[in-house]
Design a protein around this ligand. Structure first.
Ligand SMILES: [Zn+2]
Length: 271
């Protein structure tokens, strides 16, 4: 390997959520020590959006993806739409997220989730921004909605992908990279390692989803951005890549789907 060192890109990390937000500078410093250079921070609730934007402004290498998570889909309405459209004009925005369908939630109901999802996809397409997808037990319906709303024009990332290789390929055909995180590292993981091995290299990206989905051997504790190194090691082992190749490939993939420029990347502005 050449001496060129590429940093890791965490494509899904809730730095603005407790307990990470109380120590965010220290968490980010620890992550940098293991080679993580970029952080994409998704939105969850409408009330988070102002602090989400403020957080990424103050953190070199951090970008935001504001939006309503399916669990907060009942917050969608004219007011939220206007506020989100405004947020999307911010210079440190890389995507709309995290949006989608969650079949494991008791509430809000499917119709409410779908209405918010479709409306946010339309905003993303109108703003020409990629989308961060959250999907549990809804893959068939969700892929149809992506097609119906023309989401292949913007693409994005399927976060914490838990589906089959066939579903992953269908997502890739629509221009979506597949995000791998903590569940890949669990000793009893079966499907995620299989899917990871089966996919084309150029559609694989890394994520922690911290503070959730903690990788082995820290499962059961709070997930931290520095644990992206454990996920990168697991991906390297499963694909037969060196750690440096893993960083180079997955970071290039993240930059491509998020359409970040090679130099003068938005995320480096304040460095
Ligand atoms: Zn998330």
């Amino acid at each position: 390997m050449s001496g060129i060192k590429t940093g890791l890109f965490d494509t899904h990390v809730h730095l603005d959520c407790a307990p990470l937000k109380q120590n965010v500078e220290q968490e980010v410093r620890h992550a940098r020590q293991v080679g993580v250079e970029n952080f994409l921070v998704p939105g969850v609730r409408r009330s988070d959006w102002p602090s989400l934007l403020a957080l990424v402004e103050g953190l070199p290498g951090a970008l935001a993806a504001p939006g309503l998570h399916p669990l907060a889909a009942d917050q969608w309405g004219a007011g939220a739409a206007a506020e989100l459209a405004l947020c999307l004009q911010h210079s440190r925005i890389a995507a709309v997220g995290e949006v989608g369908l969650d079949g494991l939630l008791e509430a809000p109901g499917v119709d409410v989730q779908e209405r918010a999802f479709r409306a946010q996809l339309r905003l993303a397409v109108a703003a020409d921004l990629p989308v961060l997808i959250h999907c549990r037990r809804s893959i068939g319906r969700l892929l149809s909605i992506l097609r119906e709303e023309g989401a292949q024009r913007v693409g994005g990332i399927f976060h914490s992908f838990s589906g089959s290789s066939e579903s992953a390929r269908a997502a890739i055909e629509l221009g979506f990279a597949i995000g791998f995180g903590g569940p890949l590292t669990f000793p009893d993981a079966r499907r995620a390692p299989e899917v990871l091995r089966a996919l084309p290299a150029e559609w694989i990206v890394l994520e922690t989803d911290a503070p959730d989905l903690t990788p082995h051997p820290f499962r059961g504790q709070v997930n931290r951005p520095a644990y992206l190194g454990l996920i990168a090691e697991r991906v390297a082992g499963l694909r037969g890549w060196t750690l440096q190749e893993t960083a180079r490939i997955t970071t290039a993939n993240a930059r491509r789907v998020l359409r970040l420029k090679e130099s003068g990347v938005r995320s480096q502005e304040s460095e």
